[in-house]
Ligand binder design. Structure first.
Ligand SMILES: Nc1ncnc2c1ncn2[C@@H]1O[C@H](COP(=O)(O)OP(=O)(O)OP(=O)(O)O)[C@@H](O)[C@H]1O
Ligand SMILES: [Mg+2]
Length: 224
């Protein structure tokens, strides 16, 4: 579905992405790596917010490199943002109704139906994140790009979001630092370090890989 071919992105002298290539054919893929590794830059390139210096992004066989973000989203490749823009003085349901007629079904999927009449401005972090997922799903995505969906959430909120995402059958690419939650969701993981892919494979093998342990995970996690 998604083919990333030799993407390089420079910011001045900094090479944020260095010849990155991978494919996603359904399922859920995790992207991990230290701060500044280039993960969000990769999403920005894929979703059209940044143009790469070289390389190609293809989605369902079509070259989407350099297309406008709105066009890419229309084609079914939809990303979520860490800071969700909603109308705080409208209710959960009203926010969703702006873009979808099926607000009930979507709110049930993300477990927010009970909160449908709450003003969006009064939602907790976890509920806000769920609303973000519902708004993304309202666009009928063929693939979702989630950038740190668990950041800032409590352990209970994380647990609840994991269960919700497990029920969503849309293929996903998920950037995340919370490895426990991520590894519960994905069957494959890519590790970025200084803009390069240093590992691709199963989560259980990633935590044992010496390059990954050295660059990111650390000895403690590897031993547990
Ligand atoms: N618009 C930009 N202009 C200049 N430098 C940038 C820009 N965006 C990102 N960078 C730099 O590119 C590198 C990769 O940043 P990026 O945000 O992709 O990292 P990340 O892997 O998402 O990190 P984190 O885990 O902290 O979110 C960093 O050194 C960052 O400072
Ligand atoms: Mg980032």
């Amino acid at each position: 579905m998604l083919e990333v071919e030799g993407i390089t992105k420079r910011f001045g002298a900094l090479v944020a992405l260095d010849n990155v290539s991978f494919k996603v054919n359904g399922g859920r893929l995790g992207i991990i790596g230290p701060n500044g590794a280039g993960k969000t830059t990769l999403f920005n390139v894929i979703s059209g917010f940044l143009k790469p210096n070289s390389g190609k992004v293809k989605f369902n066989g079509k070259d989407i490199t350099g297309l406008r973000p709105s066009k890419i989203a229309e084609m079914g490749l939809v990303r979520t943002f860490q800071i969700l823009k909603v109308f705080k003085s409208l209710t959960v349901r009203e926010n969703l109704s702006i873009i979808s007629e099926d607000s009930r079904e979507l709110l049930e999927i993300v477990d927010l139906w009970e909160k449908r009449d709450v003003l969006a401005g009064n939602l907790s972090q976890g509920e806000m994140r769920k609303l973000g997922i519902a708004l993304a799903l309202a666009k009928n995505p063929k693939m979702l790009l989630l950038d740190e969906p668990f950041s800032g959430l409590s352990p209970l909120e994380c647990e609840s979001l994991v269960e919700i995402l497990k029920e969503v059958k849309t293929p996903m690419v998920i950037i995340e630092h919370k490895l426990g939650e991520l590894f519960d969701l994905v069957d494959r993981v890519i590790v970025l370090n200084f803009g390069k892919i240093i590992f691709e494979g199963k989560p259980k093998d990633a935590v044992k890989d010496s390059k990954v342990v050295e660059a990111y995970i650390g000895e403690d996690y590897a031993q547990n």
